[in-house]
Ligand binder design. Structure first.
Ligand SMILES: [Zn+2]
Ligand SMILES: [Zn+2]
Length: 195
């Protein structure tokens, strides 16, 4: 699998779930971007980001890659990644998601920001520092985000359908015009032959 940002072959980095089950994430050795397959993002235990993102030398990263506005394609299925922002995602966080396979793409440092935001929310909900079990059980935020994500995907799918319908209509109109033109041309030739 290749990095959506710089096309570099991604490497697997090992981390674990809230309950210690191993999870393998894909990370670009060049830009430090991270790819999460569906559900991996929410299953990864709190605090994993500091370890996973440490492996990349942030200072050596190219600033142009970090700030790229390029349209990114899903590394799994090559569909365009959709940027998620409020109300579909946490405030101030830049993340892109694939509407087809539902994977998430974070640029370097984004995963750390995501986990920090989550810890903060859980903490304010519980009134104390969350334990790994708290975090594992706390599905409120996940479900909320997932619901919003699904709504966004549904919206994108509707747009896609609309576009397809409009294109089909245009093509049909064009076909009608072509047919009419051909009939007219035949008539003209027939008339010319009769003379
Ligand atoms: Zn990269
Ligand atoms: Zn995808």
């Amino acid at each position: 699998m290749h990095c959506p940002l710089c096309e570099e072959k991604m490497i697997e980095v090992k981390t674990s779930s809230h309950y210690g089950i191993p999870i393998l994430l894909d990370q670009c050795p060049h830009c430090g971007g991270l790819w999460f397959d569906e559900d991996e993002l929410y299953r990864t235990r709190l605090g994993a980001a500091a370890e996973v993102e440490k492996e990349i030398d942030l200072a050596s990263l190219s600033k142009t890659y970090m700030n790229s506005q390029a349209k990114l394609l899903c590394p799994r299925d090559r569909n365009p990644l959709t940027p998620l922002s409020p109300p579909h995602f946490y405030d101030r966080l830049e993340v892109k998601a694939c509407p087809v396979c539902q994977g998430f793409w974070f640029k370097s440092g984004g995963f750390r920001a995501f986990q920090a935001e989550r810890a903060k929310r859980i903490q304010s909900a519980k009134g104390r520092t969350p334990s790994p079990q708290d975090e594992g059980k706390n599905r409120i935020f996940d479900q909320k985000i997932k619901k919003q994500l699904m709504a966004l995907m549904e919206y994108n799918a509707t747009l896609e359908l609309e576009r397809e319908r409009a294109e089909k209509e245009k093509e049909q109109n064009l076909n009608l015009l072509t047919t009419a033109a051909m009939i007219a041309w035949r008539l003209v030739r027939l008339l010319a032959l009769k003379k």
